[in-house]
Design a protein around this ligand. Sequence first.
Ligand SMILES: Nc1ncnc2c1ncn2[C@@H]1O[C@H](COP(=O)(O)OP(=O)(O)OP(=O)(O)O)[C@@H](O)[C@H]1O
Ligand SMILES: [Mg+2]
Length: 348
Amino acid sequence: MPHDLLAEMVSAVPMPALMVDQTERIIAANTDAKTLLGQNIEGRHYATILRQPQVIDAMEQSLRTKGPAKTRHLANDGAQDTTFEVQCRYMKGVGAVDGGAVMAVFQDMTHLEQASQMRRDFVANVSHELRTPLTALMGFIETLRGPARDDVAARERFLQIMNDEANRMNRLVGDLLSLNRVESEERVRPKEQVELIGLLQSTLNSLRPLAENASVTLTLDAPSEPITLTGDSDQLRQVFTNLIENAIKYGGSGGVVDVRLTASERDTAMRGPAVRVQICDKGPGIDAVHLPRLTERFYRADSHRSRELGGTGLGLAIVKHIVNRHRGRLRVESDLGKGSVFTVILPR
Ligand SMILES: Nc1ncnc2c1ncn2[C@@H]1O[C@H](COP(=O)(O)OP(=O)(O)OP(=O)(O)O)[C@@H](O)[C@H]1O
Ligand SMILES: [Mg+2]
């Protein structure tokens, strides 16, 4: 096969690819391969370019046996570690003295690796979150069967704790299901017409008992005209409930939680008509190191306090998915010691 044709073929492979013939030199490489391995690699010995022992071994084996070989190539693209699956395939009748050559193709597996890592982390997190209340329940069952069998007062107390722990597990499972539902619907545009001021008023009303218990005053500052947008009213209610509940639970020491609704014809973030709902508290605030990760599942800025308050760490993850489904944005600003502002921007 003429060398030009071979080079053309390699350059048409839609991922890093190169060819090594029986002279053990790279006889062709496409631009993706040069980006991955270096610019002037043609004509060089493969071992000086491939470098990683397992890749050199695979190439060596494929050249020797004139058969296939497979391995992994690990790299870093400047932003993250990357993983490639390398497939070596022998081709007859090409290369120097037509002795055949090996084509090595590098398939990027980074996303797959990341997805499976995320899945493993998620399972580990869920198991851990469920195990804590479960261990407590099992401990109390044991105690009730043994030492506390005839102690009526202790029995009542333990049953109360068991009830709380079971509720916690129930909430966790409920939040997980809710997250799952929201995620699976994320690409389906909502269709309902929702009036936001009414929705916010009724959300605030249902949270008043919680606020009163925490000695927090809830206020709503909204325009007098009704504001409607296309959305999913149940989900938007969930967003505002989660955010206001958080403001009461974690920022309640400031004594007030203000909800502000504003509408504009040209929002700077949405480049078009949009509404902004801001939930402001005057509590302790959130350290800037936590802000980028706050919407991750199970992420808690103050894990002790969150657990103590019965939080599952899923609230903001759910909020983020719902806001995404509405093509909106969630912004968090916080000043340590001064409070936090969570802003939901929704396009109209
Ligand atoms: N207004 C706030 N002030 C200070 N910290 C906050 C505030 N809102 C959220 N946080 C922090 O962010 C963390 C994540 O919140 P998120 O709502 O996702 O979980 P949660 O409240 O712990 O659990 P859940 O909402 O599922 O009951 C909280 O644990 C808390 O540490
Ligand atoms: Mg929460």
